[in-house]
Design a protein around this ligand. Structure first.
Ligand code: ADP
Ligand code: ADP
Length: 237
């Protein structure tokens, strides 16, 4: 599903984002990436939907090297690969429903979405996603009236509405308290199990990684320094 072939990424100022990354992620895997701040976790994840562009190597997603993609092909990639952020990235003044249906943007096109011309099926899909995240009772609330945990659930619902093959989450619980963090991790895991969406999550808490991951990738200085199933972590450390 996803294959890094000798991928490096050097930022324009010379910072090393990734250095010669070689790894494969199979369809349906639930992978957590851990490492200190600056280790390259964000760069690794953001390469997959091409928010950042590798400077060497090939990165295969769903059979296609995404490194050179631009324009329409890049938009198609981002429709296949959903993204969740630490700060939720919702439109604060919009309703929960409008935020969730925005997941259809890649399918519907910008002009139709600006004119609010979503299809009935799009609305129904958005509502189903909100129900699955237990936030169906808040459809008419404004996003900024919700708690942090609720906002993150709306952002997960937006990705579900998108019907992606891959879901990326960049520090999805870093702004949440521990009980809410567990709730969000349980939601992500449940969706991975129910829908088989390949899931990659950056975390800087090892305990959460150990509790939920099937596979853990450890990064340092832009390199993978550990890669294995959770059971092998205690043996290795
Ligand atoms: P992490 O997500 O593990 O905190 P990052 O991928 O954000 O790590 O960063 C990896 C390295 O790349 C760090 O040295 C960071 O300072 C650098 N970096 C990240 N984004 C940029 C950028 N836009 N420009 C320059 N350097 C960057
Ligand atoms: P994270 O740890 O989640 O990657 P950061 O706070 O490191 O977040 O980065 C926030 C933003 O700043 C990102 O867009 C990242 O690309 C950019 N950034 C990070 N490090 C640098 C850097 N050394 N120079 C320029 N931009 C950076």
């Amino acid at each position: 599903m996803i294959e890094f072939k000798n991928v490096s990424l050097t930022y324009p100022n010379g910072n090393r984002g990734l250095h010669q990354i070689h790894t494969r992620i199979e369809a349906g895997e639930f992978v957590v990436i851990v490492g200190l701040s600056g280790a390259g976790k964000s760069t690794f994840i953001r390469s997959i939907n091409r928010m950042v562009m590798p400077t060497a190597g090939e990165l295969i997603v769903d059979g296609e090297n995404v490194v050179p993609l631009a324009g329409k092909r890049l938009r198609q990639l981002r429709t296949k690969v959903g993204m969740i952020f630490q700060q939720y990235n919702l439109v604060n003044r919009s309703t929960v429903m409008k935020n969730a249906i925005a997941g259809r943007l890649g399918h519907t096109g910008t002009l139709r979405s600006v004119l609010n011309l979503y299809k009935k099926q799009d609305r129904s899909l958005a509502y189903q996603s909100l129900l699955r995240l237990n936030i169906g009772d808040k459809v008419h609330a404004r996003a900024d009236e919700l708690s942090g945990g609720e906002q993150q659930r709306v952002s997960i619902a937006r990705v579900l509405t998108q019907e992606p093959m891959v879901m990326l989450a960049d520090e999805p619980v870093a702004s949440l308290d521990p009980p809410t963090s567990h709730q969000v991790m349980r939601d992500l895991k449940r969706i991975n199990e129910e829908d088989g969406i390949t899931t990659l999550i950056n975390l800087h808490y090892m305990d959460l990684a150990m509790e939920y991951a099937d596979r853990i990738i450890g990064m340092r200085d832009g390199e993978i320094v550990f890669d294995g199933p959770v059971e092998s972590v205690t043996e290795a450390t």
